[in-house]
Ligand binder design. Structure first.
Ligand code: BTN
Length: 251
């Protein structure tokens, strides 16, 4: 039994958009880029797969995407001046909100793109931009969302055992509704920062980030409106982090 269906997703979505579902594909983000290059996507679109053979994560990592054990989706949005970092942060809030009813524990957002439950990752988000070669301008944003679900015969490879956690769920859960809720929320214009701050995994924690070849220790103090993380480093400087990876310091 599939976790979601095109008919139901289209029904639940507030906008008239195209939804395409693949049984198996290399990566829904890669497929989005292929379709954009061919000029096949004119408006909003959602591309989903039941399995990815080359799921991609941030900084060149793989995203483990076993068959029927997750939601692997890319939301393609026409670019209209929204900072991609803001969209990524907003997407994290939308996914967290949509999963709140099926997860008992609090869902934390690890800046900027990971959702964490019990100190393990349940969802990752990879945002990519598409530059139209005719205009040489950013024309679309692809928000790739991967949610791990413990549906059937879920097997965690040894190297991921302490990092990811598939969500256990009741068999009556309507994942088509959850997918539609995520989309409806992402395109809604509202102040999502309060939720983001309340559910932050990093605020007020000691962290470190990498600058050049140096590890810089700092304390995370706020999330700015543009989605960047504000930290105070050990030299007492306030720094805005826009990209890259941060790690929580184990004290
Ligand atoms: C990360 O954890 O660094 C981001 C993971 C993003 C995974 C999703 S699954 C759907 C979409 N297609 C991909 O290849 N990646 C994203």
């Amino acid at each position: 039994m599939s976790l979601f269906s095109k008919k139901d997703i289209v029904n639940y979505i507030d906008k008239d958009i195209e939804v395409e579902i693949f049984d198996k594909i290399d990566s829904t983000n890669t497929e989005s880029l292929r379709q954009l290059k061919k000029g096949l996507i004119k408006d909003y679109k959602i591309i989903l797969a039941h399995e990815q053979t080359n799921g991609r994560g941030r900084i060149g990592r793989n995203f483990y995407s076993p068959k029927d054990n997750g939601i692997y989706m890319s939301i393609i949005i026409p670019y209209n001046d929204i900072n991609p970092l803001v969209l990524t942060a907003k997407a994290a809030v939308s996914v967290a909100k949509s999963l709140e009813d099926i997860i008992d524990e609090k869902i934390y957002i690890k800046w900027v793109n990971d959702l964490i439950v019990d100190d393990k990752k349940i969802c990752g988000i990879l945002t990519e931009g598409f530059i139209d070669y005719k205009t040489d301008k950013l024309s679309n944003i692809i928000i790739g969302i991967g949610i791990n679900l413990n549906n059937k015969n879920y097997f965690i490879p040894k190297d991921l055992e302490n990092i990811i956690k598939p969500i256990d769920f009741d068999k009556n859960i309507d994942f088509s509704k959850i997918i539609a809720d995520i989309f409806n929320d992402i395109i809604l214009d509202y102040d999502f920062l309060e939720y983001y701050r309340d559910n932050s995994y990093v605020l007020n924690k000691e962290i470190y980030y990498i600058k050049g070849d140096k590890k810089i220790y700092a304390k995370a103090i706020d999330i700015a409106k543009d989605g960047s993380l504000i930290v105070i480093n050990t030299q007492g400087e306030t720094v805005k982090l826009n990209t890259g990876e941060i790690s929580i310091r184990k004290l």
